[in-house]
Design a protein around this ligand. Sequence first.
Ligand code: NAD
Ligand code: DAU
Length: 355
Amino acid sequence: MILITGAAGFIGSNFVLDWLAQSDEPVINLDDLTYAGNLENLAAVDGDSRHIFVKGSIGDFDLVAKLLAEHQPRAVVNFAAESHVDRSIHGPEDFIQTNIVGTFHLLEAVRAYWGGLESEAKSGFRFLHVSTDEVYGSLAKDDPAFTENHRYEPNSPYSASKAASDHLVRAYHHTYGLPVLTTNCSNNYGPFHFPEKLIPLVIHNALAGKPLPIYGDGQQIRDWLYVKDHCSAIRRVLEAGRVGEVYNIGGWNEKPNLDVVHTLCSILDDLSPRADGKPYVEQITYVTDRPGHDRRYAIDATKIERELGWKPAETFETGIRKTVQWYLDNQAWVANVTSGAYKNWVGKQYGDKNA
Ligand code: NAD
Ligand code: DAU
C-alpha cells in the first residue's frame, strides 16, 4: 500500500492510472479537490478496490496520522500542491499554505508514523517529494542545464513555495533521518492537463476560435516531458533511488513557447482543420508578459539515467501528437473543467473579452 497525495490532479492521476495498470499494490489517494483536482481523471479506476480516495488536506495532521495508522503504507508520494505560476502571482496565500505549511504538517505526521515502525518497515519506508525545476531559477541562453547541485534561486511565489518545501524535506532527512527522495522535474504535458497551462490552453482556445495568448515575445524556453515519462521516472526513483538524494527529471526537449504553439497549430491544422480552411496560427495573440517571467529552464537528467537507468520513452514530436489527439477525443472532459470557477480565472488573467 502506498499513500499518494494530490492524485486527482494532472500528474498524480496519471501516476495512479499507470501504477494500477502495472501493479496490484493498492493506493490511498489523499486530495483536497481544489479547482485543479478532478475525480473524472480517475474514472477508469472508479469502483476498483485498489484505489481508495479520501478527500482532505495534507495540512490536516490528524487526518494524515489516522490514514497512516489505518493503512500502514510503505511509502508516501507527495504531489499535492498549488501548481500554477500565474495564480501564485495573483494570490500567493494558498501557495504558502499548501506548499509550505501543508508539506510541513504532512512531514510531521509521516515522521511520527515512521518513528513508530518496526525496524524492517522503518528502513524500507520512503517519502518521495515531487518538485520542480523552477526552484533553480532562470537560465541564460548558453548556460548549462540545471544539475542537482544548481543553487536554489526561485523567482515566483510558486517556485519559492516549492523551494521551501524541498528544504523542509531535506531537513527532515538530515535532522530526523526520515528516508526521503526528492525529484525536480521540468514542464509536463499530456492527458488530464488542466487548461490553464500553456499546452492545453492553446489546444482548447484554438478549437474554440479564441486567441492563443503568447506572453511577451514568446521566446521563453521550457524543457517538455510527456507526463507518462515523469510517472515512470518517479516509479523508478521510488524503487531504487538512494535515500536523501535529489533526482532531476527531464526530457532533453527545450523549446521556445512560440515554437510549441506553432507545433500545436500545425497538428490541429492536420487533425481538426478550421471550418474556414485558415491556419490556427492566425489566432496567435501577443499579450502582456508574466511578471518576473523566467526566461529559460533546462534539465540535465544525466544522474537519473546513469544511476537508475531511466530514460523518457517519448520524444516531443510523438508525445505532443498523442496529447492533441487525446484532447480531441476528450472534449467532454475539457467542457466539464472549463465551466464555473475556471471561467472566472480566465476573465481575471486575460480580460473578459477572451474568457
Ligand atoms: P495540479 O495542480 O494539476 O494538481 C494538484 C493536485 O493537488 C490537485 O488534485 C489538488 O486538488 C491537490 N491539492 C491541492 N492542495 C491540496 C492539499 N492541501 N491537500 C491535498 N491535495 C491538495 O498539479 P500537477 O501539475 O499535477 O503537479 C503535481 C506536482 O508536481 C506539484 O507538486 C507540482 O509542483 C509538481 N510539478 C509539476 C510539473 C508540471 O509541469 N505540471 C512539473 C514539475 C513538478
Ligand atoms: O517547469 C515546471 C513547471 O512547469 C511546474 O513546476 C509548474 O507547476 C507548471 O505549471 C509549469 O510552469 P510554467 O509556468 O512553465 O507553465 P505554464 O504552462 O503556465 O507556462 C509555460 C510557458 O508558457 C511559460 O513560459 C509561460 C507561457 N505562457 C503560459 C500561458 C498560460 C504563455 O505564453 N501564455 C499563456 O497563456
